[in-house]
Every structure is written in structure tokens, then in C-alpha cells.
Design a protein around this ligand. Sequence first.
Ligand code: SF4
Length: 363
Amino acid sequence: MTAPFLSPPQLKSFQKRLLEWFRAYKRDLPWRANRDPYRVWVAEVMLQQTRIAAVLPYYERFLKRLPDVASLASAPIAEVLKLWSGLGYYSRARNLHRAAKEIVAHRNGKFPRTLDETLELPGIGAYTAAAVLSIAYDVPLGVLDGNVARVLARLHAMRGQLREPRRWRELANIAQEWVACDPPGDWNQALMELGEVICTPQIPRCEICPVSKWCRAYKLGLTAKIPAPRVKRASKPVKIAAAILRDRRGRTILVKDPGAHDQVLFSRMWQFPAVEVARDPRAELEKHLRTTLGIASVDLQELPSARHGVTFRNITLLPFLAHIGQLPKLPRTRILSLENLSQVPISNATRKIAAALSRAPAH
Ligand code: SF4
């Protein structure tokens, strides 16, 4: 365990300085407009693994259509997914929707006020619970995400891998000890903001950092060495061939495919017929169309491929176009105009496959 490196009076001065800086320079973000737990919760979920700039338009649109927990709970999941469409990691939207239903059904429509109750909701882990409860209800729970961990590790000159369980626990303890200052939500946000705009991963801006005088890594010249680079998991190459079947009226068919790649890549949303392939993408896709849609013979024209990275998978999308006299009418399929794809929930991978049509030479 790292010994506390600030005496109680020093810690007080440090906290006072960081809070002053946060209040003076905090960014004007829509989820900071008030302390409504619903608004904070939606923002925290959207911000997981997604940059602020990317989240902003989605957040505004989502809140405009679903302004409170009751409207989210009563919305059809297809609509929630459509509003989320393009943000990725769709299990976040599904869990948000399930949790909203639970809050309405069992908690009188009110976001819980305790950690234990909050952790019972689907998709809410320690970080999201601490963020929402501290910001919305002043519950003194310290948050620990990648940004906060990096700031705390540098302040303590703590070397090594941040995600190593023992070290992460140590950082969580520090975050919890330091949150005992008023109001805890501002304190947590100040640490996050420092990590996002000043104490950035590659080149921290120590020369303008409000707390540099307390920072051990800065004093010791270790800022570039902390945190230690993450050991990357080898990414697995995967090839997915997909068919854009087009009839004379410019319509195509989308499916809900129970294939193994469906959940990871297409997020259980509407997608083009697709299959993971190995040696001969065209032949393997033809076989897939035959067995799943009953399409006996089809002339598949190759379209430009696209890269798609999902966590540790390195995916190459291989789109094909085929003109077809009649699209099959089957359960779990949907026929719609290629121009209207955005009317149904689709994932980014499906969007990339559709975009291959416009990148291809005239066909
Ligand atoms: S002095 Fe530099 S390394 Fe230390 S907290 Fe500030 S920005 Fe981060």
C-alpha cells in the first residue's frame, strides 16, 4: 500500500486548489446543466469507451426524445437502439432500457440512492454507480476510471500497470479516501476533467496543471513513464462476407442472424446476410445464402472491403452485391429500400457494408 504522501493540511490545500480550478475552467457540457440522476446516468453510460465529442449529438437527441426514466422505460427497444445507432456497444443501450423498466416497475420511477440498490440495476458497475450517486445525490463515493487512475498514479508516482488488480484496488482506495470533500460530485468531476484536459495520456500539460506542486511524477521527471503502457492482447483476424441483395425496385433484405458473430459485430440488430469466411469468401457466402434464405443461384459482385475493429478482433468486412429478381419473404427478415436503412436500428458494421456500394465503381 502506498503511504499517504500528503499530510492532512496539504491534502486540504490540494483539494481546494483542484476544486477552484474545476469551478473556473470546467467545460460546459449538457449533462452538467443540472443534477438530474437520469441525465447523469445516460451521459455516464454513453461516455463508456466513447469520446465526449462523439457522444454530444447522440446525447442531445436521446434526451430530446426520451427526457426521463418513464419515457425511456415505455419506449420500444427498437427505438432506443435506433437513437443509439452509431454509438456502438449496444449492450449499453439494452441495459439502460432494462434498468429504466426496473426503476419504473420496482422503484417508483426514482433512481436509487444507495450503492447496493444501484448495483442491482442491469449494466451498472462500480464506476457508473459512484459517478451518478456522487453527482446527483452527493453520496461520497470515489470514482475510478482510466482518466482518474492515471491522474492518481502520476500524483503518487506509482509505476507499473494500472489495471493490475492489486494496483487498481490501491488506486480505488485512494479515490475513496480523497472523495471526502464537499461536494463529492464536483470532486470526482474535477479529477476526471483534469485527466481529460490536462493530465492526458501521452503528453500531460504539466506547465499549466493546477496541482503540479503536489505531483510526485512531475517532481521526479516520471510523467512520460507513468502509467506503464498497457500490454495489448493479440488481435484475432476475422473475415466476414456480407451480401447486399438488390431487387429491381432498389430494395434489399436485412436479417436477424443468430450466427456466432452476430452479437459482437451486428449487435443483434438488423443486418445484411453475412457469414464468417476462411478461404473462399464468395463460395462460402453463396452457400450461406442458399442454406439460410433458400437463394439457389446468385451472381455476387465484389465491393470494396472495409476494416472494422471490435475489442480484440480485427475484422475485415467483405461486401458483395447481387441483383436478384425477387427477395425472399421469410420470418426474421425485413425488406426495405437501400436508401431507408437508417429507419431501422443497424450497427456501424452494417453501415460500413452499405457504404461499400457508394465506394464501388458503377454497377
Ligand atoms: S503535474 Fe503533470 S503529471 Fe502531475 S497531475 Fe499535473 S498534468 Fe498530471
